[in-house]
Design a binder for this molecule. Structure first.
Ligand code: SAH
Length: 242
């Protein structure tokens, strides 16, 4: 009757917290989205795995709950942090409906904003907003409003889900909104495949970012008015006098 909801960080086990590792080791079965479970399989070879495809999140969470209720120890795994566009919320929502008494542990992980930020340097070293450009579950008008407010407030902005096959121009649309409040020379960056093979990073200006094609395995960083590029690093100063 134990369910761990585990964020395992951006890639392989070296990015995992000890708590996440212990949770997986303590489980009888590990369940997650096929692509993520494949990342873990080689490290936990003796475990049983159960995978479900993308867009089957509700089924996956319900399966995890039901299996835990049946007496097994279950680890439901998500990349990054389990509570940042992860499964922790959905599991807890489903539980409320059912009123089951399970032992639940939400295990934090290193979210892409932090792991990608470290690859670029220190882009989020001041106030920042994290916004997902996916309109699968959020109306696009609300995403636009949040982009606008974050840009107006001179926040650094970290964008998740910046693109997909069906949403190829969303980053461009986001940049056009942000440009109303931020200079076209604002320092920006992105990291693709953080902590995985073929990790790639790039630092560029907001106007260059607008015409850049990125994929869904990318996290995008838009600086604030103080953000600088220093050599190969993207840095948002905290304000210390040098
Ligand atoms: N729970 C995850 C986020 C899931 S939403 C977390 O906390 O990191 C999926 C989005 O996260 C992707 O579209 C991408 O923008 C970002 N992301 C997650 N893992 C990534 C990785 N390894 N490299 C680059 N971006 C990543």
């Amino acid at each position: 009757m134990r369910l761990y909801i585990v964020g395992f960080g951006p890639g392989g086990t070296e990015y995992m917290t000890m708590e996440a590792r212990h949770a997986i080791e303590d489980s009888d079965v590990v369940v997650g989205y096929t692509v993520y479970v494949d990342l873990l399989r080689e490290y936990f070879q003796e475990k049983k795995f159960y995978t479900t495809p993308m867009k089957k999140e509700k089924e996956r969470c319900q399966w995890a709950i039901d299996t835990a209720v049946s007496g097994k120890r279950v680890a439901l795994v998500c990349s990054g942090d389990s509570g940042v566009y992860g499964m922790a919320g959905l599991v807890l929502e489903l539980l409320e409906e059912e009123g089951q008494k399970l032992e639940i542990y939400v295990v934090a992980g290193v979210t892409a904003a932090c792991s990608g930020g470290a690859v670029l340097g220190a882009p989020l070293n001041h106030d920042f907003a994290v916004i997902s450009l996916s309109d699968l579950l959020t109306p696009w008008e609300l995403i636009e409003k949040r982009l606008e407010c974050a840009a107006m407030g001179d926040f650094c902005i970290c964008l998740y889900n910046p693109s997909s096959r069906k949403r190829q121009d969303y980053l461009q649309r986001a940049c056009k909104i942000v440009e109303r409040y931020k200079s076209e020379n604002t320092v920006c960056g992105y990291v693709k495949n953080i902590g995985r093979e073929q990790q790639e990073k790039k630092i560029l200006t907001l106007s260059q970012l607008k015409s850049e094609q990125v994929d869904m395995f990318t996290t995008v960083f838009i600086g604030n008015s103080q953000t600088i590029q220093k050599g190969e690093w993207m840095v948002t100063p905290r304000g210390y006098q040098l």
